[in-house]
Design a protein around this ligand. Structure first.
Ligand code: COA
Length: 330
């Protein structure tokens, strides 16, 4: 069988209607627009409606990606949802989405939890499965309702996160050297404590006391995460460029995980690549975890920032700590 390239056939994204501004947040916790903007670059974020689950946002993004690709739900035989905020602890959000999207019952559907790196992990998994020839067309979705795991009384975290979704449709082409050129994934499991939800899992199940103490919400050591994020994103970007004998200036657009503008600026300096080559929308959405890269990718494509022949670099880090990069040629 001739080898096929796995390519992105279409992209889509969705952001909930409700905009939560820094000014509103400064009435909820002891913070200010100035502090949030200068420390993170975030001006506002979206918050899902009370009845709007992760799968609902994922479905909206997926429908837009299918439309963009000109692919029908009946053609999809693989759905991978990257999320750490599934609708239910079990089963997977992908199962709920399979039904809502009307995907065939013969489709394989599962979630991937690699926190904010989730989309890059899911993309790599989906492309490998499609490249094997055993699956034909895949949907890869990043969707998060982080507003449900954020402690709205903790100013050190609640100002940073938002809700949203992004999706891509994966298919194949006989054309060589296009689509997913390569990935470089990694994990620093010794750093779990830097960013985690301490209670509510199998090691420390939730109790009325732990819930009263807010231990079922996300906890973060921001400064340590910041330093590691810069280090591992730089490493993931450099490694993949080296593996493919490329220089940073051959990348037309970097789509970094949108956690903090200062992290993106640091990567831009380390790679000696001007900030104009980085797509940034953290100002409008904050950190949407696994949704951040596919949301940014869709906006970049629709804004005409990605053209045929371009090389795009995705680079992410997240709780775990997980990190990774992916190289795409269009
Ligand atoms: N508003 C006002 N003051 C705040 C605040 C807020 N929302 N949050 C924290 N502060 C205070 C702190 O209490 C601290 O006060 P102190 O000096 O009196 O102790 C001061 O501001 C500085 O806090 P610090 O943590 O040193 O700020 P920072 O410059 O490191 O920025 C983050 C904080 C969280 C923005 C930054 O560390 C960061 O972005 N880290 C990475 C987080 C991330 O990306 N996580 C997601 C991973 S996918």
């Amino acid at each position: 069988m001739p080898s096929l390239s796995t390519i992105i056939l279409g992209t889509g994204s969705y952001a909930p209607e409700r905009v939560l501004t820094n000014a509103e947040l400064s009435k909820m916790v002891d913070t200010s627009d100035e502090w949030i903007r200068t420390r993170s670059g975030i001006r506002e974020r979206r918050i899902a409606a009370p009845g709007e689950a992760t799968s609902d946002m994922g479905v909206q993004a997926a429908r837009r990606a299918l439309d963009d690709a000109g692919v029908t739900p009946a053609e999809i035989d693989l759905l991978i949802v990257a999320t750490m905020t599934p609708d239910l602890p079990m089963p997977a959000a992908a199962c709920i989405m399979q039904h809502k999207l009307g995907l065939p019952t013969s489709a394989a559907c599962f979630d991937v939890n690699a926190a904010c790196t989730g989309f890059v992990y899911a993309l790599d998994t989906a492309c490998a499965m499609v490249a094997s020839g055993r699956y034909r067309k895949a949907l890869v979705v990043g969707a998060e309702k982080l507003s449900t795991i954020v402690d709205w009384k903790d100013r050190t975290t609640c100002v940073l996160f938002g809700d949203g979704a992004g999706a891509v449709v994966i298919g194949t082409t006989p054309q060589p050297d296009v689509g997913l050129i390569g990935t470089r994934l990694g994990t620093l499991g010794e750093s779990v404590d830097l960013l985690c939800i301490p209670n509510g899992g199998s090691s420390v199940p939730a109790t009325p006391e732990s819930i009263a103490a807010g231990s079922h919400f996300m906890k973060m050591k921001g400064k340590e995460v910041f330093k590691l994020a810069v280090r591992v994103m730089d490493e993931a970007a450099r490694d993949i460029l080296e593996q493919h004998h490329l220089r940073a200036d051959q990348i037309s657009l970097v789509i970094p995980h949108q956690a903090n503008l200062r992290i993106i600026e640091a990567i831009s300096q380390y790679l000696e690549l001007p900030l104009e080559r980085f797509f940034v929308n953290v100002d409008r959405y904050g950190n949407t975890s696994a949704a951040s890269i596919p949301l940014a990718l869709d906006e970049a494509r629709r804004a005409g920032r990605i053209q045929p022949g371009d090389l795009t670099l995705l680079v992410a880090f997240g709780a775990g700590l997980t990190y990774g990069s992916a190289l795409l040629r269009w």
